[in-house]
Design a protein. Structure first.
Length: 299
């Protein structure tokens, strides 16, 4: 396969050869669970007209070569090309000379972004479904309204240290760039301990369960942001890790452990039977409702 032949290969065919199939289709957009990380809600989009991809979870995208780079863990162009060729059963011939990869996709173009106190009942209802009381969410989150291609949307927003927003609703999971970590500092109360979470729903769950105490909290907003967390975590004497019980969570903990040694504490055993802290919270609430119903029936 030549560079031009690889460039023309449809992304959906490339992903299919790797064993990844779309979860749903909306017009010319195919939605997948991200192929290089674990997730339950598809946030990885392939536009079949433009043959480009965009990951709303990480806030970046590109063409088939940048996707191969994510999958292969390499920024080397020839390595990416060989990875694609091997995946589709071709025989890569490195000619003509490689052309620069296409610029990364900048969509979606978020416009008219506004934030206010969390107020919409539909958003509070979604929080309730996830086990988060509205009074907990309003302490840390905002209601963010925005437009994409002229259409109005709104979601629960959790701001990061670079001014970007993590967005969640029943219908959407993504971010308004720039993508970065979020830091919740207990102002006026010095602390030597920081609690680390993958996503802000896990942080809100910990607050709901009373696990956070007076500690600072750092939310990665993606395990891909781990390197960005070091300049903040370096100053703490203890780092409590409330990470997911999956491969990505375990690898993230090991990376923190390698850097901070005994300062790093694995707190995931407290919810060992759940994928993450929010699932643990929902399970506990469900059990409480069941027990109350049983007690009422007996009475």
């Amino acid at each position: 396969m030549t560079i031009d032949e690889i460039r023309q290969l449809p992304l959906e065919i490339f992903l299919q050869q790797l064993g990844y199939n779309p979860i749903m289709q909306k017009r010319n957009d195919l939605w997948y669970n991200a192929p290089y990380r674990e997730e339950r809600t598809p946030s990885f989009k392939v536009n079949t007209d433009r043959n480009v991809w965009f990951d709303f979870g990480l806030g970046r995208g590109g063409d088939i070569f940048t996707l191969a780079g994510e999958l292969a863990g390499s920024s080397d162009f020839l390595t990416q090309a060989k990875y694609i060729s091997d995946a589709v059963g071709g025989n890569f011939v490195p000619r003509p000379a490689p052309r620069p990869a296409k610029e990364r996709v900048s969509e979606p173009a978020f416009q008219a972004v506004e934030q206010r106190t969390l107020d919409y009942s539909v958003l509070k209802g979604y929080l309730s479904e996830r086990g988060i009381p509205s009074e907990v969410a309003t302490r840390h989150c905002r209601q963010v309204s925005y437009r994409v291609h002229g259409k109005p949307y709104f979601a629960i927003g959790f701001q990061n240290v670079s001014g970007g927003w993590e967005l969640r609703s029943r219908l959407f999971k993504g971010c308004i760039p720039p993508k970065d970590i979020s830091l919740v500092s207990r102002q006026g109360t010095p602390t030597d301990t920081c609690d680390v979470f993958e996503g802000f729903f896990d942080f809100l769950s910990a607050d709901t369960l009373g696990l956070t105490g007076g500690n600072d909290a750092l939310v990665l907003n993606s395990v891909g942001n781990l390197d960005k967390s070091f300049r903040y975590l370096d100053g703490y004497k203890a780092i409590n890790c409330y990470l997911d019980n999956d491969d990505a969570g375990r690898k993230t903990f090991e990376s923190l452990r390698n850097r901070y040694a005994d300062r790093t504490i694995d707190c995931s055993r407290a919810y060992a039977n759940s994928k993450d802290l929010n699932e643990h919270l929902q399970t506990k609430l469900s059990e409480k409702v069941t027990n109350n119903k049983t007690l009422k029936f007996r009475l």
